[in-house]
Design a protein around this ligand. Structure first.
Ligand code: GMT
Length: 384
């Protein structure tokens, strides 16, 4: 029998992708903070999420296993997830599931809800390509729209993404914007300072992503090659994905291989350290609903130059520099301006950190999810 929880404590089921991508990071941080605040948290995924780290009291991880029969060219993960959600619901009497990334998580949640003998409530958070790219695919559109309509509440990580969803999916119910967040105590400026404090000539430029085509990482390398023609600089690529080899081939063609380090996926502590000591962050994405790694860089006081897409302007506010997509020359010009002028860089660094602390601090934002869970549970109890 599940323990009787008192007062404000909730039983929360969190569903996410386990990879280093932003939606998995956000989901894991929400789960960790909920457990720290005394809620009982059940995290479901097909692998232990990259940000989870060591076991945490109050948080249980449930693995979703998919059988691979010879007949299945595509093992049905959505069915396996629905079954696991139902089992966890029956075992732990979950008050609310929070599914991150609509496809297929919201559809699995709806299936679990339909199969459940008890009320099963779920909140869906939209992150980006679940709507802007994947969701526009006819094969996914209708079940996703249906599952959003069946969610007790839908949130999006930026106003841009909320508006896109309303436009593309014709979702009539309001979508609440709850932005992504950063732990500004973990992601903070390093003690070594920037290139002018370190007395070093070489500027450290970082790009961090899952190196998928949407990130246009080759444009980051092209911009970097221009920068490296003007200034001593090093490019550090963090993350792994299908475009890694292509990016390195472009670096080789442009003669900057010896100045590009590709570190692959790194544990969160390494990312915090790398950003803390960076001088600039570059992002060349063709779409970005939010840009969590840019926010993490800002929190470390690292100025960011990004393509002007999606919700990036909402994250930047008055900070950062926006350039057109597919224009590495413009990106390089903006970067050089910051990396040549210590005063300009210092102001940009201070503004970036101040914006992250003022608008996106983890403890200020995550509480909005907990308020939403309570509202959903209260409304459902009142209805039923
Ligand atoms: O949608 C994706 O590309 C995957 C997703 C993820 O799992 O990393 O990224 C999206 O969600 C992040 C967390 O909310 C956002 O910071 C990213 O901007 C967003 N990616 C895109 O929109 C391309």
């Amino acid at each position: 029998m599940p323990e009787d929880l008192s007062g404000d404590r909730l039983r929360i089921g969190v569903v996410c992708y386990p990879t280093v991508g932003g939606s998995g990071v956000v989901a894991t941080e929400v789960a960790l903070e909920a457990a720290r605040q005394g809620h009982e948290v059940h995290l479901l995924s097909y692998d232990r999420p990259a940000r989870l780290g060591r076991p945490v009291p109050g948080l249980r991880y449930h693995n979703v296993q998919v059988s691979a029969y010879p007949l299945f060219r595509f093992p049905p993960y959505d069915l396996a997830l629905a079954t696991r959600m139902l089992e966890v619901q029956e075992e732990a009497r979950i008050d609310v599931f929070h599914v991150h990334y609509a496809i297929p998580h919201a559809v699995s949640a709806f299936l679990a809800k339909s199969m459940s003998q008890q009320p099963l409530r779920f909140v869906t958070t939209l992150h980006g390509t679940d709507i802007t790219v994947v969701g526009a695919d006819r094969a996914y559109m209708r079940p996703t729209r249906f599952a959003l309509q069946q969610s007790a509440a839908v949130t999006a990580v930026s106003r841009y993404l909320a508006d896109e969803t309303t436009l593309m999916f014709g979702v009539r119910s309001p979508i609440e914007v709850i932005p992504n967040f950063v732990d500004t105590q973990r992601f903070k400026p390093g003690t070594a300072g920037r290139f002018y404090d370190r007395g070093e000539e070489e500027r450290r430029i970082v790009h961090c992503s899952n190196l998928r085509p949407v990130k246009r990482v080759a444009d980051v390398v092209r911009a970097f090659a221009e920068i490296a023609r003007t200034l001593p600089a090093r490019l550090i690529l963090v993350g792994d994905g299908p475009d890694r080899e292509h990016a390195l081939a472009v670096a080789s063609d442009l003669g900057v291989t010896d100045r590009v380090e590709s570190l692959g996926n790194r544990p969160p502590e390494d990312l915090e350290r790398l950003l803390a000591d960076a001088d600039l962050f570059l992002s060349a994405s063709e779409t970005e609903s939010f840009g969590l790694s840019m926010l993490e860089a800002m929190s470390c006081g690292v100025p960011v130059v990004s393509t002007d897409v999606g919700g990036v302007a909402e994250v930047f506010g008055e900070t950062g520099v926006l350039v057109p997509v597919a224009d590495p020359a413009a990106m390089a010009r903006a970067a050089i301006a910051l990396l040549e002028d210590a005063d300009l860089h210092r102001r940009a660094s201070t503004a970036a950190r101040a914006r992250a602390v003022g608008e996106f601090e983890l403890h200020d934002v995550v509480g909005r999810y907990f308020d939403l869970y309570r509202r959903v549970v209260a409304e459902d109890s009142a209805d039923g």
